[in-house]
Design a protein around this ligand. Structure first.
Ligand code: SF4
Length: 491
């Protein structure tokens, strides 16, 4: 074994697309390159032992916001017991503000940005000379046609048990300042026919769950329609063995041709993640996010009312200029549109993102440790931000979990944000916890709170949601995730 590609995934079910791209593009070194994926939370010394069992000369680590702390420990320990092993880092976390990071100081080399071409070149130089002079190598971006696609490297076990990440394009033309893709300035498509050929091969091998990581699926409608037709053909040919696809969309661009295609999908086949982030035009201006709010709202409503798509819509709290009141207005507006899930995120300062230009003017204070979550800003003090963080956590447990589909609308009433915030404050005061709240206990607490609010039929509502020992009623089709989606959501 000469080269080992490794990373710590957030979960076993997340198969790393980045490592597979690297291996697919190793050229003559592909045969001496292996992949060893781990999951965060493992014991560092055991990981070192398992890596060294491969007897690698070079180890390439994919470094991300969720694994940088554990990977730093891993690299430090690896260097202690096997200083002869050459460590190369890559990934978004080390691609910006590179030299000031401890993990970079511990490693031998870093490839920033795209690694498809530059990582194999660096490996050749390490193995055969001349020894690379620079520590940090800016990744070269090749023409898309020169990048070998990695999908054949998904193993049968990956296909059977893990989420298959795929991409028909890279990059994003938009410039939302909190987002790393803002630096791309454009999107680069892969050849669509070649890409769909790879999807066909995956399908023939048994793949049924495809998660597209394209930043914006609906940029080029011709391409979007071709991809959708691929899945519609599969669904028509084998309705009893359905495929399931997940896409990320911009909300204000949904031409009729796309709507027509979307409307043809049966329940349980399509999931959209749609970023709204903020409905506040002033905030959108601060973060350079161009969005037609009326069109976006109309499209979300159309999707909820006229399609079977399972809809996740993202909002971010803590953006510059967003007060609790304006966030609450956006939240209530979004809830009224009827998406299945509102993904309530708290702003994070991703390395390299332009959002930091607002640090002084909006008093942005970020946690110095990953994932660099905002702690306070000019409009939201630390204590209030903590309440929002708890709101987000409890929102996932109650509203997004799909376990309280009958109860949630009553809990939210006519003022969803204010009412859930009051519930969230009460829940925290009564549990001192945001994690490890067993479902039975949570249901009992929800019931107790509703009774305190004067809701007479709280026990009935909870029973209809399957809590309290009574038979669970059929869930509202708009809220309940079909089984295939539930499997996906658990990933
Ligand atoms: S938030 Fe979405 S639309 Fe905005 S830059 Fe990032 S990927 Fe593009």
């Amino acid at each position: 074994m000469t080269i080992l590609l490794s990373t710590l995934n957030a979960r076993y079910t997340h198969a790393s697309l980045g490592l597979r791209y690297l291996r697919a593009n190793m050229g003559e070194l592909q045969d001496v390159t292996r992949i060893a994926e781990f999951v965060i939370g493992a014991k560092t010394t055991e990981l070192v032992e398992r890596i060294l069992a491969h007897e690698p000369k070079i180890v390439g680590f994919g470094v991300y916001i969720w694994n940088v702390e554990e990977t730093t420990k891993l690299v430090a320990t690896l260097k202690q017991v096997a200083p002869h092993v050459v460590i190369v880092l890559g990934g978004p976390e080390v691609s910006h503000e590179t030299n000031e990071q401890r993990i970079v100081q511990l490693a031998d080399y870093v490839v920033t940005g795209w690694g498809d071409v530059t990582f194999p070149q660096l490996c050749r130089a390490i193995l055969h000379g001349p020894k690379p002079l620079m520590k940090v190598h800016a990744g070269v971006q090749p023409p898309m046609a020169d990048i070998a696609l990695p999908y054949s490297l998904y193993t049968d076990e990956d296909i059977a048990h893990r989420t298959l990440y795929v991409e028909a394009s890279r990059g994003c033309p938009f410039k939302c300042e909190f987002c790393l893709s803002a630096l791309d300035k454009t999107a680069w498509p892969f050849n669509i026919d070649t890409f769909l050929g790879e999807m066909e091969a995956l399908y023939q091998r048994g793949a049924r769950l495809f998660k597209f990581v394209d930043r914006t699926f609906n940029l080029n409608i011709k391409t979007s329609l071709k991809i959708m037709q691929f899945f519609l053909d599969k669904l028509a040919a084998h309705p009893d063995d359905p495929v399931y696809a997940h896409f990320e969309l911009v909300p204000d661009h949904l031409p009729d041709a796309l709507k027509e295609g979307i409307a043809k999908f049966p329940p349980g086949a399509l999931q959209f993640e749609i970023g709204i982030q903020s409905f506040n035009p002033e905030v959108q201006g601060h973060i350079s996010r161009k969005q037609d709010n009326d069109k976006a709202a109309a499209n979300i409503r159309w999707l909820c009312e006229h399609s079977h798509v399972h809809m996740h819509v993202d909002l971010i709290a803590g953006l510059p200029g967003e007060t609790v009141e304006s966030f609450a207005q956006g939240f209530d507006k979004l809830w009224a549109l009827g998406p299945h899930e509102i993904q309530f995120g708290i702003l994070k300062r991703l390395r390299g993102t332009p959002i930091i230009r607002h640090t002084d003017s909006f008093g942005l204070v970020f946690d110095p440790y990953p994932p660099y979550t905002i702690l306070a800003n000019r409009d939201i003090d630390f204590a209030t931000m903590q309440r929002l963080v708890r709101f987000a956590r409890y929102w996932d447990l109650v509203a997004n979990s799909g376990r309280f589909t009958c109860t949630t609308p009553v809990l939210l009433g006519a003022q969803p944000f204010a009412n859930f915030m009051a519930f969230s404050d009460w829940l925290y005061a009564n549990t001192d916890a945001t994690h490890r709240i067993a479902l039975d206990r949570l249901a009992a607490l929800v019931g107790k709170y509703l009774q305190q609010q004067g809701v007479q039929d709280a026990a009935d509502l909870l029973a209809r949601d399957g809590h309290g020992g009574k038979q669970k009623a059929a869930q509202s089709p708009q809220v309940a995730a079909p089984q295939r989606q539930a499997r996906h959501l658990a990933a």
